[in-house]
Each structure stands twice: as C-alpha cells, then as structure tokens.
Design a protein around this ligand. Sequence first.
Ligand code: NAD
Ligand code: IPM
Ligand code: MN
Length: 359
Amino acid sequence: MTHKILVMPGDGIGPEIVSEATRLLNALRDRFGLDAELEEAPIGGAGYDAAGEPLPAHTLKLAREADAVLLGAVGGPRYDELPWEKRPERGLLAIRSELGLFSNLRPAILYPQLASASALKPEIVGGLDIMILRELTGGAYFGKPRGIDTREDGVRQGYNTIIYSEPEIERIARSGFEIAMKRDRRLCSVDKANVLEVSQLWREVVERVAKEYPDVALSHMYVDNAAMQLVRAPKQFDVIVTENMFGDILSDAAAMLTGSIGMLPSASLDAAGKGMYEPIHGSAPDIAGQGLANPLATLLSVAMMLRYSLDEEAQAARVEAAVGQVLDNGLRTPDIWTHGCDKVGTQEMGQAVVAALSD
Ligand code: NAD
Ligand code: IPM
Ligand code: MN
C-alpha cells in the first residue's frame, strides 16, 4: 500500500532541511522501492502567510489523512509581533493536540564519529544512547486557566497551569515502560515531586503502572538533579519519561551531548502509532537561508517515520547506515565540524547521505 506522507517545511531553516528529507524520500522511492507519495502543506509562519492561520484547516485535513507527517520547524522574528493565536508556535501546538500526539520520543545517540564534537569529554559521552520520552499534549503548554490580566489592585499578572489527569499520566508512563522493555529495561521518571502536587500525582501513577512491568527497573529523579546528571554522567540513563516542559528543556540539553542540536530527531505518536516527525530544534533564524543548517536531525526523523509509522524497518536502517557512512567519510556541517573534517553545507550533506544509501 502506498504510504501517504505529508511534508510541512515551515519557517526559517525548515524549508532547507525538509528539501533534503524530500530528496532522501524520493531516492528511497526511485532506487529502493519505497512506495510513498509526498504532499506538501504550509504551517507556522508559512501557514499564516498562505492562509492567515498558523495551522490552516486544509493543512490539518491533509495531516489527518496522511499516514505520517514530517515537519521542518516553525517560528521566527518576522512573526513574533503577531497576535498570540496567529503565532507560528500556536500552529505547532495545535497540530500536536489535534492529532493526539501525546508521546514524544527524543533519542539522544552519540555517533562515535562525533565524540570530539560533543560539548563533553569523550569518556563521558562515548557510547551514549538514551531515550527521552516527553509528554506532549498536557502540562503547562495546554493547562487552564492561563493568561495575562490585571488584579483588583491594578497589578498585572501572567499565569499558566501545570495540570495532568491520571489517564494522561498513565498512558505516557505506559509508553515509557513499553519503550524500556525494548531497551535496557531501566526507566527514570523525572518530576518535581518535592514541590509540585502535579508531580506527586505523576509519581504515584507511575508507581502504579510500574506494577505491570516487574522487569523494568524504575527510578525517580527531581528535574533539577536530572539536568545536572545529564551533563555529569549521562550514560546512567536508559529511558527518561517526563512531563511536557521538563522534556522540552532536558532534550535540548541532551542534544549537546551528541555534538549538536542539529543531530536530534523526534517522533510524536498518538495512541495508535500514527505520528508526526520533526527535528527537535527550531527554525534557527540566525542561520536561515544560508545553507548552513545541519539536515541530519531531519533525515534521522525520516528514519524514525519509516520505522514507527510506516513499518519500513529496512529502509529506516538504510538511512541510519547512510548517515553513519557520511560521518565516517568526514563530512560535517559547521555545527558539528571539528579539526581535520570537511566542512559542507546543508545540500552537500543531504546529497552525500543520498549517495551513501546502499542495499
Ligand atoms: P533554535 O533551535 O531554532 O536555535 C538555537 C540555536 O541552535 C541557534 O544558534 C541555531 O542556529 C542552532 N541550530 C538549530 N538547529 C540547527 C541545525 N539544524 N543546524 C545547525 N544549527 C542549528 O532555537 P531558538 O533560537 O530558541 O528559536 C528560534 C525559533 O524557532 C523561535 O521562533 C522558536 O519558537 C522556534 N522553535 C521551533 C521549534 C519547532 O518548530 N519544533 C522548536 C524550537 C524552537
Ligand atoms: C519543541 C519546541 C516547541 C515546544 C515550541 C516551538 C512550541 O521548542 O518542539 O521542542 O516547546 O514544544
Ligand atoms: Mn524545544
């Protein structure tokens, strides 16, 4: 059956990195028999420019109809002054919520070739392979009440609500245990249960779900310590499960262990395994339009898409092997460049990965 893939380039470096993903998917189709059909739709600032909305209704419709969705990135200074509901980031949050993509997998894997590009010493990051599982449709991002208003005494105030229901915690905890079962069977739940009631409930529910997974070693860690441990001794972790905002922050930090934020892919899945795939980084306005962006996080997101939503494990492995090959050959975008390597741009990197695809 033909896989229907919706591609949403978005803003900033989004179109540049997504072009490389399209090049890759076309090569898999033409040379390796991947039965896929691509369609493109605007989101974020591009959605606003095209249809006056960061998530145009037509884009959402195509996303619902697709077997999988690939996103570049959204946002940029050009859109920062727009009314709140029109801002690019609202479009991204809306599509995650509309599609029910509560389970966000952010693997932080150090390619051995990039050990010297990591911000940490090789002995601390060598062999790193951790999975950060971020809850994606709850917490402060969506909780109500929220807003900015003026108190009776005339003082303005802003507020958000970190809220999680038991079923929301239960399903992300279950995803965490299921992922841990397929890995090293160690799950660390990260919270702030010493301060927040929402975290107390989180911990209680995670403990309850743990009873169904006696083979998984569960531990709990406060988020401030987890941030410290991630840079002190990241290999102590196998799978980390955490709420939306903690996961956002911890995964950006974990990205630097792998050499660059340009290396971290992600999968955002619903209960049935349908998904949206995107690099964890943003639209990088500081380097947009210059051909400098690292496309590998996006190409590795394509690999995750092939694996998790399209059941094309062999194609996924082919992409990952090609990325490894290109790194072996010494090609580096500026963000992962180290002495003695060949500095290349976005397109050269994408072309090299396509050229390295093999049986
Ligand atoms: P960012 O991730 O866009 O950039 C942070 C830094 O990392 C920048 O110096 C950038 O040049 C660098 N960087 C990011 N991706 C890179 C890549 N592929 N190759 C090389 N370098 C890369 O974060 P920011 O600057 O805080 O945010 C910029 C805009 O992106 C904002 O509008 C923000 O809301 C948006 N954003 C979107 C997403 C998303 O679409 N998923 C994620 C994060 C931020
Ligand atoms: C991410 C981004 C988004 C988030 C923003 C742009 C809404 O930082 O995908 O990590 O906070 O989830
Ligand atoms: Mn983020």
